[in-house]
Design a protein around this ligand. Structure first.
Ligand code: MFK
Length: 205
């Protein structure tokens, strides 16, 4: 039996990961402040643009960055669900379980709102697509999403711990079947069935 294993990149306390954590806080704080805020938004916009100008000045050429970001740990550092280098990632951390499934827990805030007080359905789809992909990686046969079928059973709450699960259920030639769910307080909010085709695009060189 395989021991449980962290499948997502460990966030560092410094470097770009720390800056990304701060950027996530800015996104959340802007939404929390809103148009009625008494903060000086013009000055805040200037400050944020100055931060972005500084980052752009020190960034490598885009084609070089595309090569670099796919080296080493590859997608796990920059993907939009778990990546510690990606400010739009919630981020979710996924653990491969001894039973072959993957599991993670996360709490989503205002940036992910759809219906009042609840998670946007497209965000659940993003998280489940990625989690099913990681479940395939953990199972040893992975590919690209060909079909993703979601059932939204009940609204998914913001500000509460959500358990995200995925497990590969079958492989037939190049066709890989995978299922998963988002649960809150033990109740299934969203369930997913995916068909993946064993194919990978080449990494940029
Ligand atoms: C640790 C790292 C973890 C990373 C996790 C990341 C997870 C993220 C996953 C994604 O989001 S991937 C991005 C979203 N997906 C795509 O952009 C895929 C776009 N579609 C394609 O590139 C191609 O359509 C695809 C690779 C899915 C299939 O093309 P192929 O040319 O390889 O397949 P082909 O046409 O040879 O068909 C092979 C079989 O699959 C079937 N098939 C292909 N596409 C299908 C489809 N869309 N729906 C149903 N069946 C499909 C097809 O009928 C056939 O069945 P049979 O063998 O029975 O004849």
């Amino acid at each position: 039996m395989t021991a449980p294993q962290e499948l997502t990149a460990d966030p560092h306390q410094d470097g770009v990961d720390a800056a990304v954590t701060a950027a996530r806080r800015v996104i959340e704080s802007l939404l929390r402040a809103g148009s009625g805020s008494t903060a000086e938004m013009g000055r805040i916009a200037d400050q944020l643009n100055s931060v972005a100008d500084n980052l752009d000045e020190h960034a490598p050429a885009m084609n070089q960055r595309m090569v670099d970001m796919w080296a080493g740990e590859g997608t796990t550092r920059h993907d939009p669900v778990t990546g510690p280098e990606n400010a739009i990632a919630p981020p979710l951390q996924l653990i491969g379980q001894s039973d072959g499934s993957v599991r993670g827990v996360l709490t989503l805030g205002l940036p992910y709102q759809g219906p009042p007080g609840h998670v946007h359905g497209g965000i659940s789809a993003l998280i489940l697509d990625h989690t099913l992909g990681v479940a395939n990686h953990w199972a040893g046969v992975s590919g690209m999403t060909a079909e993703l079928t979601l059932r939204y059973h009940r609204p998914t709450p913001l500000f509460e711990p959500l358990t995200i699960t995925g497990v590969q259920t079958g492989v037939d030639g190049r066709k890989i079947r995978t299922s998963g769910a988002v649960t809150a307080g033990g109740e299934v909010c969203v369930s997913a069935e995916g068909l993946f085709i064993a194919k990978h695009l080449p990494r940029p060189r």
